[in-house]
Design a binder for this molecule. Structure first.
Ligand code: FRU
Length: 465
């Protein structure tokens, strides 16, 4: 790779050039997984937002397509979602060729500068050609601003009532809470409830919600509400919390007030899930922005900034009577495996893109080091109930004072197994197939060359990806 491209990941999505943040509007249709993203093509820092676009047939190799949605007189195009309107409830397509409808936030930067507080509204656009071209609805916005500065990131999902009637539900981030709206046609919206003012982490503004219907391990229906927060995350800066509870008549009620994080590393933000997966696929598939607002705009990449995490499958697990969200690497990632090596105590890494599978020895404590010939290293461990990734000696960090740090997360139950995904500038640690996850950016001055198992490990398998 050229010097400029040193930190370009091999298998994580990055835009060819420019600035990227949140994943937006993901849906599956006719053999393609669509991924849109907050995008500013002209510089490598945040600016007037567009929706960039990429597609994949397998969730692991991505093709970037032309920009999908451009800013217009109503504002920049902020985060949001997309749904396949199978029954053409919106009337924006036809019964034979139903539309895909994107629902996003208009951010009126000029309005913001005047000191107004109603500069964020919700608009829609539709596509009848598999997401290639988007036509904005001519009566935008579809949801006006009631006078609240932070009023954004609509995530729409279809809910089927007990009597079979279908309804669109929008979850919207509104400052320190979420609001729920309902619609029959994606165009007219009425508020049904709100949640969160006195629950959960509140160290920053609430952003990018997602409302998911899921099953507990014993087959009970639960609703999970993902909620990103900036700042106020467990490792400083931005992070994504979630709530587990019920959603009925347009109102979410949590089971408890426990604070839970989807990923305990510093670098997974604004993640949401795919809509419209094939009927044969009952998974909940998630992807996040693999960065942190603390330093996302100053990381040492040259022609582009930011990558997405690997796609992850979310499911509910019961840990000693407490429900938690597990994020496992999507099974499609196994297709990336090229060569396989057995690791006893240490091994040379065959490439910067690698997966390491580790069998732990039952002692519930372990330590692994990745290092290069410059003496830089990253240490992955569990000691005294804390899982950690230490990137304090892991290469470039002078771009921001908080970057070189040890990040830890409590794990009260036993760690049996690890999967570690390495790419040019990241590590993703999945303990017990994602019962606990930590995602961390890394900028070594030379690629990782060696992996060493220190203690607590029976053996491992290394895959070149
Ligand atoms: C989250 C966020 C969203 C907003 C978008 C703007 O990272 O701040 O709330 O819609 O980014 O790019």
């Amino acid at each position: 790779a050229s010097e400029k491209e040193t930190y370009r990941p091999d298998y994580h999505f990055t835009p060819a050039k420019g600035w990227m943040n949140d994943p937006n509007g993901m849906f599956y249709l006719d053999g393609e997984y669509h991924l849109f993203f907050q995008y500013y093509p002209d510089t490598t820092v945040w600016g007037p937002m567009h929706w960039g676009h990429a597609v994949s047939k397998d969730l692991v190799t991505w093709e970037e397509l032309p920009i999908a949605i451009y800013p217009d007189s109503l504002g920049y195009i902020f985060s949001g979602s997309a749904v396949v309107d199978r029954e053409n409830s919106s009337g924006l397509g036809t019964a034979e060729n139903p539309p895909v409808v994107a629902i996003y936030t208009y951010h009126d930067a000029a309005g913001e500068r005047t000191g107004a507080s109603d500069f964020q509204t919700q608009g829609i656009a539709y596509s009848t050609d598999k997401g290639r071209t988007w036509i904005k609805y001519d009566q935008n916005p579809v949801l006006a601003n009631p006078g609240i500065r932070d009023f954004r990131d609509p995530k729409v999902t279809q809910i089927v009532q007990a009597d079979g009637t279908k309804e669109w539900v929008m979850t919207l981030a509104v400052q320190d809470r979420v609001q729920f709206y309902a619609s029959p046609d994606l165009k007219s919206w009425s508020k049904t409830g709100e949640f969160g003012q006195n629950t959960g982490a509140h160290g920053g503004v609430w952003e990018c919600p997602d409302l998911l219907k899921m099953q507990t391990p014993d087959g009970q229906e639960k609703w999970v509400l993902l909620l990103s927060i900036n700042p106020g995350g467990p490792q400083k800066g931005s992070a994504t919390q979630y709530f587990i509870g019920d959603f009925q008549d347009g109102v979410f009620t949590p089971d408890d007030t426990m604070i839970r994080w989807i990923d305990y590393g510093p670098d997974n933000y604004a993640g949401v899930t795919w809509a419209n997966l094939p009927d044969t696929d009952s998974r909940t598939l998630f992807i996040g922005w693999m960065s942190n607002w603390l330093y996302g705009q100053v990381v040492p990449t040259a022609s582009w900034r930011s990558a997405m995490t690997v796609p992850r499958e979310l499911s509910l697990i019961d840990v000693n009577g407490v429900l938690l969200l597990k994020s496992a690497p999507a099974k499609e990632l196994e297709k990336l495996r090229k060569d396989t090596y057995t690791v006893e105590e240490s091994s040379k890494l065959p490439s910067q893109a690698a997966e390491i599978g580790v069998e732990l020895d039952g002692s519930d404590a372990f330590s692994i080091t990745l290092s290069n010939e410059l003496g830089e290293n990253v240490v992955i461990s569990k000691e005294a109930g804390l899982v950690s990734i230490d990137r304090s000696q892991a290469g470039k960090s002078d771009f921001q004072e908080d970057f070189a740090a040890i990040h830890s997360a409590p794990m009260s139950w036993k760690a049996d197994q690890l999967r570690i995904f390495l790419d040019a500038s990241s590590i993703e640690l999945f303990v017990n197939e994602g019962e606990l996850v930590m995602t961390s950016l890394l900028f070594p001055n030379s690629p990782w060359k060696t992996v060493e198992f220190h203690h607590g490990i029976n053996g491992g398998t290394l895959y070149r990806l």
